[in-house]
Design a protein around this ligand. Structure first.
Ligand code: ZN
Length: 221
């Protein structure tokens, strides 16, 4: 899954307890780790054209980042680290960040083919929506757009950029989803890893731009 991962994060940030950029990092925390471990050769991916309709990724070994058990550990570590770094944010912020990290596995479960283990060496799961390109593409776009709609309703623009920037973010992220599902396959797993880390960081910076140009509306009593 690609931009669909941000939907739970955006909903989390819509509570105002965590920043949108933090939610973006949290939503892809395990994919940051996955990209890094792939580059190091610890987790393994094959690029096989036509492996699924939606993308060519045979993610045949990734228990450190995409097993259910390790996802819980990543979420707890993420929450602890969040609490240590952002001491000013309430405790709920750290818990919410952990939940966003955990959401990654469940979102992947919907679209991945059977490549998500429960633990090292166990049976793998995945509901396989990637076997239907249009379905998985539409699913990611729709949940991302719905979550953005919630966020935009809860916040208002501080300045002109606060009105323009959401459009830029939505169009840019939507375009990259199109590229991911309909564009050419990555040339190598190294390219996949490097471009992943780069793109997740660009998205997080774009989210930071939204944090800076929009504020939460006062709650009406
Ligand atoms: Zn993932």
């Amino acid at each position: 899954m690609f931009i669909g991962h941000y939907a739970p994060g955006i909903l989390g940030a819509s509570t105002g307890k965590i920043k949108l950029w933090q939610a973006f990092v949290g939503a892809q925390l395990v994919d940051y780790a996955w990209a890094t471990l792939n580059l190091l050769g610890i987790e393994k991916t094959r690029i096989i054209e036509g492996f699924t309709e939606a993308n060519p990724l045979d993610l045949y070994y990734m228990p450190y980042t995409h097993s259910f058990g390790m996802s819980i550990i990543w979420a707890v570590m993420g929450a602890c680290l969040f609490g240590l770094i952002f001491r000013k944010q309430a405790k709920e912020g750290a818990i919410l960040f952990g939940l966003v990290v955990m959401s990654h596995w469940f979102m992947d479960l919907i679209v991945h083919v059977r490549d998500l283990p429960i633990w090292f060496g166990t049976q793998k799961y995945g509901f396989g929506m990637w076997n239907h390109r249009m379905a998985s593409f539409s699913f990611e776009i729709v949940i991302f757009a719905l979550a953005m709609a919630v966020y935009l309703r809860k916040t208002s623009a501080i300045n002109k950029m606060g009105k323009i920037w959401p459009v830029v973010v939505i169009v840019f992220m939507g375009a990259l989803q199109v590229m991911g599902n309909f564009g050419p396959p990555p040339k190598s797993t190294d390219e996949l890893g490097i471009s992943g880390i780069f793109i997740y960081t660009v998205f997080a910076l774009m989210a930071w731009g939204l944090d800076k140009t929009r504020r939460f509306k006062a709650v009406e009593v």
